[in-house]
Design a protein around this ligand. Structure first.
Ligand code: NAP
Length: 253
């Protein structure tokens, strides 16, 4: 028996038109899941879903802004209506603003908390409604090593990601008896569009690479294994955890 098989499973991945969300969705689709890709821009999602289908994999799209709670909950309802179930929610979409403390605006703070922390909670709330009926579910949040270690200027981001790891623990405590696990994955530094401003700074790129044990940045596909482990039967007894995937950045001096 292949405990990593996702055949017959349905997964919704937010922020999956590119970057880490797309990589995690691809990993689940390659293991047999039907993956529903979310983002705010339909053409990019359709292009990625078509690319997966062209490889014989199963994919659909759900266009909505995760900050819009009503739209998110309606999207979950419609995934279940269309595909009959929802086994996996990967609440991955996230955003940041970089500014010294004196320049931070309350509106930016609220917007980041809304996308990074409030939205995953409300999506998990709706998803768990269906997962409880199935007595099976996997909820996975994308956090960040900055939620563990802290980093100047990205205050709302760091606090939202630290909060999200806590939320995975509180949800796991409540939902475990229904066959639902809740975990988070904390990536280190990966080569994605979110990090474009950082990737443009060669000194920073080299400094981060030098601080990892493996001496390089992560490639998005390298997050897929952790997502598949947590989403599949292989991870059935793992819950409330935050799995760090950072090439050893936080474990080496
Ligand atoms: N890259 C890293 O090194 C790293 C490290 C630690 C944690 N993370 C976390 O990993 C997650 C993904 O990051 P990434 O690097 O893959 O980012 P990315 O390359 O910028 O991709 C972000 C994805 O999220 C979608 N998105 C953004 N805001 C959204 C919203 N409000 N509603 C729905 N979709 C939205 C984007 O599509 P649209 O713009 O079309 O909506 C896109 O598909 C984030 O939570 C981030 O904080 C990343």
């Amino acid at each position: 028996m292949n405990t990593f098989s996702m055949t017959g499973r349905v997964a919704l991945v937010t922020g999956a038109s590119r970057g880490l969300g797309l990589a995690m969705a691809t990993s689940l689709a390659e293991a047999g899941a039907l993956v529903v890709l979310n983002g705010r821009h339909e053409p990019a999602l359709v292009e990625q879903a078509d690319a997966l289908r062209a490889r014989g994999l199963k994919a659909d799209v759900a266009v909505f802004d995760v900050a819009d709670a009503t739209a998110g909950q309606a999207a979950i309802d419609s995934v279940v209506k269309k595909h009959g179930r929802l086994d996996v929610l990967i609440a991955n979409a996230g955003t940041t603003v970089r500014a010294p403390i004196e320049d931070w605006k309350a509106t930016d703070w609220d917007a980041i908390q809304g996308t990074n922390l409030r939205a995953p909670f409300l999506l998990a709330q709706r998803a768990s409604h269906y997962m409880k009926k199935q007595q099976h579910g996997r909820i996975i949040f994308t956090t960040s090593i900055t939620g563990i270690q802290g980093r100047a200027t990205i205050h709302a981001y760091v606090s939202s990601k630290a909060g999200l790891a806590g939320l995975a623990r509180s949800l796991s405590a409540e939902l475990g008896e229904h066959g639902i696990t809740v975990n988070s994955i904390a990536p280190g530094y990966f080569e994605t569009e979110l990090n474009a401003p950082l990737l443009a700074d060669k000194a920073f790129v080299d400094r981060i690479a030098g601080r990892t044990a493996v001496k390089r940045w992560g490639k998005p596909a390298e997050l897929g294994g952790a997502a598949l482990f947590l989403a599949s039967d292989a991870g059935a007894y793992v819950t409330g955890q935050q799995i760090v995937v950072d090439g050893g950045l936080t474990t080496s001096l």
